[in-house]
Design a protein around this ligand. Structure first.
Ligand code: 2M8
Length: 457
């Protein structure tokens, strides 16, 4: 591919292109993750996703806070009676609800809005706060009042349903829940379950499912989850269906691991939820506050003392899963609450050219890992989301220079790869879906935040 030889990126031009992507993907009440695929009959991402929507809203709020608020509302409207916010809200009329069957299998699913039966990284409080800061007067008050109760119920649900050890670490019931779908930290532990009866049955079933994979009709196989990883995710998905999305029933059929990325995002959003409640004169329930404190205390038990990196933790045995990914650096999201020497150690890893400090940004798996593939989805390729989370945490903790360096590379790669879903961290070649909304929205936010002097009009 041709990489333009610009020394200083033209922020105005980059921002204009990012706004074009967001405009193209706007569907009136929300923004779809991407459009303009090779194979329009098999659109890759036609619904609305929780953490995508939050990222879109944060970017869009720089120009149109009202639409950003609508996008967040669209996600929150799908909240279940028990507080769970589904990771996908299906577009009206979509038959995908019969694939997920959440409305049939779970007694607390939403009566009329159809979505999936699992959640995604709890990024919503942060998005609500950022969008609300760009609104004024009654609009702002109404938006926050409407969101706050839902957010509190959501965080209470997380502790009730995703913290089986009661130590504040957030587990996932499927890799789709943390959103780093084929990350080796979740795929490898699934192998322990692949030779049971279900595992054997899924081997046959998956060969049929494979033929219908929409992603493979739009992107080269080496950029997507491997056949093997997709089979293991299918097996995990069937376990979820059999368990009716109930954590107590799925126990023993999948690994229940506290995920370091989910827990980092939760800790950051707990912080924001506390601020939002305080600003609105609302007292958070005592049990929620106690759980929030446990989440912070738990980080120490997810840290590998030898390397200083954070790892997933088995919620039953307390053992760490020795697979390093970009999530290992994500506790930087709460750098302001970690011991400074632990932050410094993570920053060293972040800058190390042998592992995470690559030419075009942060790989989702470090280069020195046996699982690293530079083009492969969440198993090596670089994405703006982890960079955005880490840059934000470092910036708030006063590490301005490192944060700006991360943002600069992220912007550069997004622009060189023309706003693809993700890209090679070595060459910036764009991979996956074209015209990707969160790449555009987070690039806008990075530019506005770290290069405010060069705002596009
Ligand atoms: C990817 O995940 C979905 C399933 O939820 C998929 O593969 O179809 C992930 O990258 C996830 O993090 C993201 O939210 C979603 C939509 O962009 O796509």
């Amino acid at each position: 591919m041709n990489i333009p030889t610009v020394m200083e990126p033209d922020f105005n031009k980059i921002e204009q292109r990012a706004w074009d992507v967001l405009r193209m993907n706007n569907r009136g009440t929300h923004t779809v993750p991407s459009s303009g695929h090779k194979n329009t009959k098999h659109e890759m991402y036609g619904h609305s996703w929780l953490w995508d929507g939050a990222a879109h809203a944060i970017g869009i709020a720089h120009r149109d806070p009202r639409f950003a608020a609508t996008e967040l509302d669209h996600i929150l409207q799908a909240q279940w009676q028990n507080g769970m916010v589904p990771h996908m809200r299906f577009r009206d009329g979509s038959l995908d609800r019969y694939y997920w069957m959440a409305h049939i299998l779970h007694p607390h699913s939403h009566d009329s809005i159809h979505g999936s039966g699992i959640t995604q990284p709890p990024v919503l409080a942060d998005a609500v706060q950022r969008v609300s800061r760009r609104m004024e007067g009654d609009d702002r008050r109404a938006f926050v009042d409407n969101a706050l109760g839902r957010l509190i119920r959501y965080h209470e649900w997380i502790y009730a349903e995703r913290d089986p050890a009661g130590d504040g670490g957030m587990v996932t019931l499927h890799p789709w829940e943390h959103g780093h779908d084929n990350s080796p930290r979740s795929i490898e532990p699934l192998r322990e379950y692949e030779n049971g009866t279900l595992g054997m049955a899924v081997r046959g079933l998956y060969s049929v499912i494979h033929l219908f994979r929409r992603d493979l009709k739009n992107a080269p196989a080496e950029q997507r989850a491997s056949r093997d990883a997709a089979r293991l995710m299918t097996q995990n998905f069937i376990s979820l269906l059999v368990a009716g999305y109930d954590i107590d029933k799925i126990r023993g059929h999948i690994p229940l691991h506290e995920d370091v990325h989910m827990t980092s995002v939760l800790a950051r959003n707990n912080q924001v939820l506390t601020e939002l409640a305080h600003e609105s004169g609302v007292t958070l329930p005592e049990s929620l506050r106690e759980n929030m404190a446990r989440t912070i205390d738990n980080f120490e038990s997810m840290r590998d003392p030898t390397t200083g990196l954070y790892l997933n933790k088995d919620s039953e045995t307390g053992k760490l899963v020795p697979i390093v990914t970009s999530a290992s650096l994500e506790p930087l999201a709460i750098a302001d609450q970690l011991p400074p020497e632990h932050v410094d150690k993570l920053v060293q890893h972040l800058r190390d050219p042998k592992s995470f400090g690559l030419r075009y940004g942060l790989p989702s798996v470090p280069k020195d890992s046996p699982y690293y593939r530079q083009y492969e989805y969440w198993s090596g390729a670089a994405w703006t989301y982890p960079e955005w989370i880490i840059a934000d945490g470092l910036e708030r903790a006063g590490h301005h220079d490192v944060a700006r360096d991360i943002a600069a590379l992220s912007i550069k790669r997004a622009s060189y790869s023309d706003f693809h879903e993700y890209a090679s961290p070595e060459t910036a070649e764009g991979c996956g879906a074209p015209n990707f909304s969160w790449t555009a929205a987070q690039t806008i936010d990075h530019i506005r935040r770290f290069y405010p002097e060069s705002q596009a009009i």
